[in-house]
Design a protein around this ligand. Structure first.
Ligand SMILES: C[S@@+](CC[C@H](N)C(=O)[O-])C[C@H]1O[C@@H](n2cnc3c(N)ncnc32)[C@H](O)[C@@H]1O
Length: 237
């Protein structure tokens, strides 16, 4: 007897755990379940507000969770971490799930998006603070805002903008960590050209390939430059 033609049957989408395992992301069972809850909340909200284009499990894992996992490797224990321009919550929310030792703060300038972040953080039961404000205002409020160890951002703007926003408040943060695409050397050139890197060190601390499309992400850090020893000329920044 001929076998039934199965080509019209819908193909079941892989689960988050299956895609994560394929990408070498070893999350605990509890983290996996919370990440999946976050994914569902994000997609539910996405029907009302444009928050993400990563609406398949494959893209959510290989882009959002993969970036977050790489970032997570670079953040020391117990730090206060501010995610600038969180949008739908990446990387701040998955980072808070993966790294309960951190105190994570989210900052989003568009009120509607910040309200979604409040909702998701509450439903996920995360100890995450959300600022519905521009980052300049958050770091400026020195009496209210805590001092941050690490500022993180993905997909918010070019390097010079971060330096323009954050330079005047450098005593409020120790380190800026940015996930960047291949145009980062041009961004560095522009920030230098505008004189915004004076007194700061820029380092490339990691590079990795996206498991979905092979695109290379470069992780940059900006810190205050150490003063050159007396008598020696300073390096060009
Ligand atoms: C392209 S989205 C990126 C969202 C998220 N980080 C991601 O990677 O999926 C950039 C977000 O940054 C926010 N934003 C832009 N400038 C900002 C600022 N100065 N302070 C806080 N948020 C800002 C925008 O409202 C937007 O939601």
């Amino acid at each position: 007897m001929a076998e039934a033609d199965k080509s019209d049957e819908p193909v079941a989408e892989e689960t988050l755990a299956e895609v994560a395992a394929r990408c070498g992301l070893g999350f605990s069972r509890e983290a996996m379940s919370r990440l999946d809850n976050y994914r569902q909340l994000l997609w539910d909200w996405n029907e009302k507000l444009n928050l993400t284009r990563h609406t398949t499990v494959e893209k959510f894992v290989t882009r959002d969770l993969f970036d977050t996992a790489q970032l997570s490797l670079l953040i020391p224990n117990g730090e206060k971490v501010l995610d600038i321009g969180s949008g739908g919550g990446v990387p701040g929310i998955p980072l808070a799930i993966l790294r309960p030792d951190l105190k994570v703060y989210l900052c989003e300038s568009v009120n509607k998006k910040a309200n979604v972040l409040f909702d998701m953080v509450e439903k996920l039961g995360l100890d995450v603070t959300v600022y519905a404000a521009r980052v300049e205002a958050v770091v400026e409020r020195s009496s209210q805002a805590p001092k941050f160890d690490t500022l993180i951002a993905r997909g918010v703007g070019p390097l010079w903008k971060f330096m323009f926003w954050l330079r005047p408040h450098h005593e409020q943060w120790k380190r800026l960590v940015l996930l960047k695409g291949p145009s980062w050397p041009d961004e560095r050139g522009e920030a230098r050209h505008r004189g915004l890197m004076k007194g700061f060190d820029l380092r490339r601390i990691a590079e990795y390939e996206n498991p979905h499309n092979g695109a290379v992400t470069t992780v940059l850090t900006v810190t205050r430059a150490e003063k050159p020893a007396s008598g020696k000329p300073g390096k060009r920044r």
